[in-house]
Design a protein. Sequence first.
Length: 419
Amino acid sequence: MFQFLKSAWALLLGMMLLMVGNGMQGTLLGIRGELEGFSTYEMSFVMSAYFVGFLGGSWVAPDMIRRVGHVRVFAALASFISAVMILYPTLVEPWAWVLGRVVIGFCFSGVYVTAESWLNNAATNENRGKALSLYMIVMMIGIVSAQGLLLVADPSGYVLFVIPSVLVSISFAPILLSISPTPAFDTTKPMSLGELFKISPLGVVGMTLLGGIFAAQFGMSAVFATRIGLSLRELSIFVAAFYIGATLFQFPLGWLSDRMDRRVLIMMVAFAGGFGAVLGWLFMDNYLMLLVAAALVGGTSNPLYSLLIAHANDFLETEDMAAASGGLVFVNGVGAIAGPLVTGWMMEATGPSGFFVFLAILMVATGGYAAYRATRRAAPSVEDTASYTPVMPSASPVAVEAAQEYAIEAIQEEEAQQQ
């Protein structure tokens, strides 16, 4: 692990700065949109646009890297991200922000593909699981730190847009100057969605619903907070609570995941998240309860991503796990595109409470479907299940494939020990 840190510290530092920049711009647009008089539905299109670009980038970036290399892709996408962040306050129109978010989503997706391929190459069979865990923690720290930086200037001005632009530009210096070239980039041909659904219906349905849940909380939480009148300080803490909860819950739930039927755990975690969303809906006027609700929703939705991947692995042959990663990321991306749009429609129709109502509906639906699937076939024995590896819901197919590789290696190691 020390050798991994020695070779990848620049990558981890750079990714943390990138996440600070990304976390700032997402929340800041929610605040600035309210100040500019954008409707909730207009903001939902702005937030959804990020995931349109992200999904497209996750499929195009591998080909870009194969053609021109990691370093050029990194540098090119960085320049676009910085430029768009500076342009937001100069083009204060919903259509311009939608286009900007598509570009930002595409570029960040390409950045993640590039960085995560570097990360996977820097890790070894022995430390890949720990490396992915450390990567996830660093990204969480970046997002939470971003919410605090929102307090350093007036959101109606330019400074808060300049800060993430500068951080994104700085983030590439340690990465491009310190990371050694990697071998030729390649990804596995994805499995068809039909095949994947036959193998793991819960994996496909759950990942689709979870895409909507994560996109709603990532894109619309700041919009919700501005609509109910939270101060800037209260809003930043509220948004941070989603990711603090995710960091605290990820590893205990991972420990449980390797010791019980994952479908039962997915059901329990999803219902707990639904309970958190109901709390937020019922106690919107109580700030402390809002923080509890956010921590519960974030603390359940983020680990659910890794749980669903691990569950799908339980019913896949080891040689098919990597191929399944692309399909899982795709259906999650489709759900993520729809999430902010449906949330925005519900908030327009029912008021700000529509934010938590939407989260509750999707969480309960996920838990209910997990309960149904638990009755359709027997669970594999705990000894035969794949290893749980924490992965961020914003991860590219490369990180998901790396988690699949770790699961394959763990299975093979266990089989070798048994022989």
